[in-house]
Design a protein around this ligand. Sequence first.
Ligand SMILES: N[C@@H](CCC(=O)N[C@@H](CS)C(=O)NCC(=O)O)C(=O)O
Length: 265
Amino acid sequence: MIQLHEHPLSPYAQKVKIALRQKGIPFELSRPEGLGSGATADGFALGNPRREVPLLVDGDCRIFDSTIMLDYLEEAYPATPLMPDSPAARARVRMIEDVMDTHLEAVNWGLGEIRYFRRAEGADAEALQARAQAQLSGFFVWLEAQLGAADWMTGTRFGRADLAVVPFLNASRGFGFAPPAGCALARWLDRVNTVPAVATTAAEAEASIASIGKAYRAVESGGFRRHYRDHRLEWMIRSGGFDIVARGLERGDIRFTDGFDTGDA
Ligand SMILES: N[C@@H](CCC(=O)N[C@@H](CS)C(=O)NCC(=O)O)C(=O)O
């Protein structure tokens, strides 16, 4: 049976769980030990040298990166296709997914750093959140244009573009930044959350949020060293958090990608 190493709050893991559920593929879940610290145990890095979730194991096949997993599932389990038929529509799905995985995720990440990990407080936190809100509004306009007059992101049925967007918009909404009430994107978000594969996955994420209440203590005690990779680092710096990054690097509770060795640290 497929094993998915994950964390319920990871939007990337959520994408894959929704796809597995929608396709009716049985799978087992597990949570890697040491996730968030930069060190993982039990050979996890052999499957994913990035030491990130999700990691999908299907027999001898070990795959990291949610987008590559979704491609694999579509090819290895073609029943209940999630991709549209035309090359142009497929290209549009991939663009939407890439924008979510890179640009929009960085905004949610930054909001998590402020809300859950208390990287900024008072006026500094408010200024960062105001920038995040303005940026999210831009993404909402873009996504609403992608949706057009359709019920689903790429046409007449729920598919990969929908599952690639919903974990990220649910997270933004959880931070209090939802698409404006009544707009087509807000109606889509309500609709997509009624799809059973989405509802189950979103409920798992929701249940996990309760455990993140004291997450800042894990940072203070050295249990978490937050991974400021790629767009996340850029977001923090361009949105006014240069001092946050400098302070975190000095204290050692912010890290970048540490090489690519597969030995367990
Ligand atoms: N591009 C990867 C991104 C995966 C990723 O960033 N995962 C985060 C959780 S959302 C992670 O596991 N980080 C490990 C850490 O912070 O130690 C994918 O699509 O799977």
